[in-house]
Design a protein. Structure first.
Ligand code: ACO
Length: 337
């Protein structure tokens, strides 16, 4: 009997507080027009000071578990993808595990930024196919709002990011008909660390000298994300298009066979460009960046949940996802939902 990994539950959560482009206009030298034209973003959600990353992850996880119709005690692994952890260590997955009250199972944090969800799905698929695990909870969660440079220096980055979480339950399934049954068909992962400093947070860190961080570094804003936007844009479009074509080839499918494209949500213009490069009809691309901004590791599961609720993603559909982000990292997947 052939086994596969099926996504059996999806959930998401965004904090209630909405921060619009007009709200940003009041604190930054920016305009709604600039943000919408360059990125497509209209608003994003930002947490209250008391809310942590694992709080968002918990809400999304509970919804995914309920949607899957399983008992939380059936989960045998958590993979937590984030670049905005609760604390430097231990990983945020451990904080979620305690809040979820699922002791003793394996917990893995990964730090592949915007590509985090695709990496997590690929890792989960491999653990399931090995036969060692049966029900894996994947969480992508971010609290960006507490780490943005809201001085004029940071306006090119700070307008982009939002807070939110998405989660899925991936479960082992016996495949009676691999061509028709819901499962992860292929995943592909890539990185090129030569570009690590094109999109990064320089400090604190063990590479930052004796003190890891000092007053001068703080005054220079090295604790905030720094991005070479144009370089990221050019590489994102090229790499996302490339890895969509290659994952289709691995899955023995054509792009035209795909029913729905769930791309990472960094910029509406990146997604339009990728669709244009591959002649993908815009109507097959489901975007959510307008409402959430870039929630990094959360964008794909969050978009999946919204697509299901909107009736756009239905059981049995062929879905392709691709993401690109800091690292540089990128990756793609095709699954039958
Ligand atoms: N409001 C108003 N003006 C602004 C803002 C702002 N928020 N930010 C920058 N500007 C100004 C700049 O100062 C510049 O002014 P100048 O022409 O007088 O010098 C002008 O707008 C153009 O700036 P650019 O940076 O050249 O703008 P660009 O067209 O490249 O768009 C953007 C910027 C939207 C960031 C784009 O480069 C982009 O989307 N890049 C990719 C982002 C991305 O994908 N990130 C990856 C995901 S994040 C992750 O992995 C963690």
């Amino acid at each position: 009997m052939k086994y596969g990994s099926e996504i059996i539950g999806v959930g998401s959560f965004v904090p209630p507080k909405v921060f619009t482009n007009f709200d940003l206009e009041k604190i930054l030298d920016t305009t709604d027009e600039w943000i919408q034209q360059r990125t497509g973003i209209v608003e994003r959600h930002w947490v209250d000071p008391e809310t942590s990353n694992s709080d968002l992850g918990l809400e999304a996880s509970l919804r995914a578990i309920s949607n899957a119709g399983i008992d939380k005690k059936d989960i045998d692994m958590i993979i937590y993808a984030t670049l905005t952890p609760d604390h430097e260590f231990p990983g945020t997955g451990c904080f979620l595990q305690a809040k979820l009250d699922v002791p003793e199972i394996a917990v893995l944090d990964i730090r592949q930024q915007c590509t985090g969800f695709i990496y997590a799905l690929s890792i989960a698929d491999k653990f399931i196919l090995s036969g060692s695990h049966k029900n894996i909870l994947i969480v992508g969660s971010e609290v960006h709002s507490k780490g943005l440079d809201l001085t004029p220096n940071g306006r090119n980055v700070s307008v982009l990011f939002g807070d939110g979480a998405g989660a899925v339950i991936v479960s082992r399934k016996e495949l009676a008909d691999p061509k028709k049954d819901s499962h992860v068909i292929a995943t592909q992962l890539f990185a090129d660390g030569a570009f690590a400093k094109e999109l990064w947070i320089p400090a604190p860190g063990a590479a930052c000298g004796k003190e890891q961080i000092n007053h001068q570094m703080l005054e220079e804003g090295l604790q905030y994300p720094h991005m070479n936007g144009k370089t990221v844009f050019v590489h994102a479009t090229k790499r996302m298009a490339e890895c969509l074509v290659s994952v289709c080839k691995e899955a023995n499918l054509n792009l035209a066979d795909i029913d729905l494209f769930l791309f990472h949500q960094a910029n509406l213009r990146i997604n339009s460009k990728v669709a244009e490069m591959l002649s993908i009809p815009e109507g097959k691309v489901f975007n959510t960046i307008q409402n959430y901004g870039n929630t990094t590791a959360a964008t794909i599961p969050l978009g999946m949940d919204d697509a299901i609720k909107a009736g756009v993603l239905k059981k049995g559909m062929l879905v392709a996802s691709a993401a690109f982000g800091s690292g540089f990292t990128w990756g793609s997947t095709i699954f039958r939902y």
